[in-house]
Design a protein around this ligand. Sequence first.
Ligand code: MRU
Length: 350
Amino acid sequence: MRTIEWDVNKQYLKIIDQRQLPEKFEYINLDNYKAVAEAIRSMAVRGAPAIGVTAAYGLVLAGFQSSATNPNDLFTDLQTAAKVLEDARPTAVNLPWALKRMLATVSNSDGTVLNLQQTLLQEADAMAEEDIQVNKAIAAHGAALIEDGDTIIHHCNTGALATVDWGTALGVIRFAFEQGKHIHVLVDETRPRLQGARLTAWELTQLGIPFDIICDNAAGYFLSTAQVQKVFFGADRVAANGDVANKIGSYMLALAANDNHIPVYSVFPTSTVDLSIQNGKQILIEEREQDEVLALTLKGRRVTPEGASARNPAFDVTPARLISAYITELGIVEQPFSTKFTEYLQKIED
Ligand code: MRU
């Protein structure tokens, strides 16, 4: 299953429409960069690595759409498109990371407009392939932390759907399961968009990994009654000091896990680290429309009173002190981080 695929013959991007899952498994075709930006904004595609690669293909489409007759004008059109794509969702750094990489590829290449359009496509394809390989490397490192018989709380969706394929935190769980370890996953439903109840539960069903869905607010109960050995989640942006912005609810989960001495693992590709951000307080947190909270229906009936208002931050920041280890394609870094995290980040810069 690939979340994102370029159709070579038709020259458009195909993505799984995650808004329809688990009811319907449907691809949608995106043939211009504005449609790509809208698919990211409306979360037809979501998950930090997946939106990065999707945005990269958005720039491929912008390149093909451009009427520029020389490389300079093409670059100007690409910059305009990159701004629209970047504004689609502000928190996951993979989005600007991918766009910057695409623009750099063009500015470092010579050739005609036609050549540069092909260069863009090659770069986006390379990024998509790298994402899969990086996820598999992450999974191989991380699986060593999982023991036979573990029950793991997992937050949001970090599986194949959140990436091009394979996944990050859920990819680690999958790898360990395929090694023959007996694992049980407690799937946080992940209000308000229910990425856990809808998407993670769907992926675990496909993979045959045993799980139970739990309400987000049940995590503390399971953690405090010795029913859980580990907590796994992903990341949308990691600051230079190791603070992790991830799906709303991650912070409360990490607090409850720490209070019960249960290790918390944050799993992400190094493209999710933002060295320009010193600490989590500087990370811009996306606040989404109120209706994602208010329009909840139970048995077809809206549960909130007419006229009620809501706040809907999509992410929160878990301070580095609450994270037991980070798992990336470079390996595992465990607490205490003081010097090690800096050395580790150095490797990313090199
Ligand atoms: O709002 P979403 O669904 O895009 O949020 C996704 C998450 O927070 C994931 O945990 C994160 O992107 C890591 S996914 C590999």
